[in-house]
Design a protein around this ligand. Structure first.
Ligand SMILES: [Zn+2]
Length: 424
């Protein structure tokens, strides 16, 4: 279809979205999204990837008008939702992902360096990306709190204050009534339910180097292979203050094995999905809290049943990392906003060489800066440089809907003082 027709069609679509939002706030997304998917197909043939001609022409018109990324996203109809987007219909989810894929394709023409910087964590994500993922996250968690007194699952609520391993257990029923009755409390409660959302590559590099140099507080867990090598029980946390652990890490593990140990539960800077603005960590970073029969297992079950209706899925179920394959361990607390995250994921797959160049450049800089300061010659990322693709692409996509589980007796919540912080 000619672009003289496509551009007005996009404008009509945008106007419709505004009208539907105002008149039907609970179900505004479907009609404009369906129309948007139709326009995409007519104008682009299929959801846009990298360098398709449609996105190029649209990008040229934006470049001529000297629009910045935020303005471009606004023109493409990507703005913070005003009411919760309902993705129960998977076609709506696909249409939203197509919209993000299309926007990313346009930004790839107009602001290529900023786009790749966003993906590798050197440039903050566009506000529209952060706001949409955050808005949908709040919709999801508000639904969960609303279910505290309704669901057959015995839901628990953990409140986090600052960078802690596991926050305070709240009185869920009391908190749920306060949440529903006192508007001022909604925001305060929602802001304390998650551990971490956006994180840039620089802060991730500090985490990585601290672990690689075996300094600071406890982290991750000792893998079976490392445990066997050093005669340490697998499953306990790595403790830099322990001389046995220190000897094992520094003298018995190879540099590659050290990187692999960190990568079980921590991302390297540049390849963390937290850079994208699409991820959040729920309640606790303690894997033992979510296992079958553990205190937060009911919350996890609730998430597996409902999260995708709000656009979220669990990318690390540990299935791709089984049998010695490179990949992260299971993380039942890490949730990803699919329409944005998978559009980014697909962009990386289609532009591996460019992304790799940006990653290597960033790793070179991190290494040089640390080595200058320490007067050392440490290579922090050789294994990651060769295997980063495994950690970016070995994720588990949403499974088919599951059967609702029966409620089980409530276990006691154990307090733990050790820290498994800063996972991918
Ligand atoms: Zn995470």
């Amino acid at each position: 279809m000619s672009w003289s027709l496509c551009v007005p069609l996009y404008a009509i679509n945008l106007a419709m979205k505004g009208l539907v939002i105002n008149r039907h706030p609970t179900n505004f997304s479907r009609l404009p999204l369906t129309l948007f998917a139709l326009i995409l197909t007519l104008c682009h043939g299929s959801p846009v990837q990298g360098g398709e001609p449609g996105s190029e022409q649209l990008a040229r018109s934006f470049s001529e008008r000297k629009l910045g990324p935020a303005e471009i996203l606004g023109e493409l109809g990507i703005e913070a939702p005003r009411s919760c987007l309902d993705f129960t219909d998977r076609d709506v989810l696909d249409a939203r992902k197509a919209r993000w894929a299309s926007a990313i394709a346009v930004l790839n023409h107009t602001h290529p360096d900023q786009l790749v910087g966003w993906i590798v964590g050197s440039t903050p994500p566009p506000k529209a990306a952060l706001r949409e993922a955050e808005f949908q996250k709040d919709c999801l968690l508000a639904a969960m709190i609303g279910d505290v007194n309704r669901s057959p699952l015995r839901l628990r609520v953990i409140l986090n204050y600052g960078d802690v391993f596991e926050g305070e257990v709240a009185n869920a029923r009391q908190l749920a009534s306060r949440f529903e009755q006192t508007p001022g409390w909604r925001r305060r409660i929602l802001s304390h339910l998650t551990q971490s959302s956006y994180r840039d590559a620089k802060s991730q590099s500090h985490i990585w180097m601290r672990k690689y140099l075996f300094e600071g507080r406890s982290f991750n867990i000792v893998s079976e292979q490392a445990g066997e090598r050093c005669g340490l029980p697998a499953g306990q946390t790595w403790k830099p203050e322990s001389s046995r652990h220190h000897r094992c890490w520094k003298e018995q593990l190879s540099p590659e094995e050290r990187e692999r140990e960190i990568l079980h539960a921590s991302s390297a800077p540049g390849i963390s999905r937290h850079h994208w603005g699409s991820e959040f960590d729920l309640f606790s970073l303690n894997p033992n809290s979510f296992t079958d029969g553990a205190p937060l297992n009911h919350d996890y079950q609730w998430m597996t049943q409902h999260a995708l209706n709000f656009g979220f899925f669990q990318p690390y179920r540990g299935e791709k990392a089984k049998g010695g394959h490179a990949g992260y361990m299971e993380e039942r607390w890490h949730w990803s906003y699919l329409p944005l995250a998978q559009a980014i994921h697909d962009f990386i797959a289609a532009n591996e060489t460019r992304v790799e160049r940006a990653l290597n450049h960033q790793w070179d800089e991190f290494e040089a800066r640390s080595n200058r300061w320490r007067r050392a010659k440490i290579a922090y990322f050789p294994f990651v440089r060769s295997r980063w693709r495994d950690y970016v692409f070995n994720i588990d996509l949403p499974p088919a809907p599951t059967v609702v589980a029966e409620a089980e007796p409530e276990p006691e919540l154990e307090a733990r003082s050790d820290v498994l912080s800063n996972e991918p």
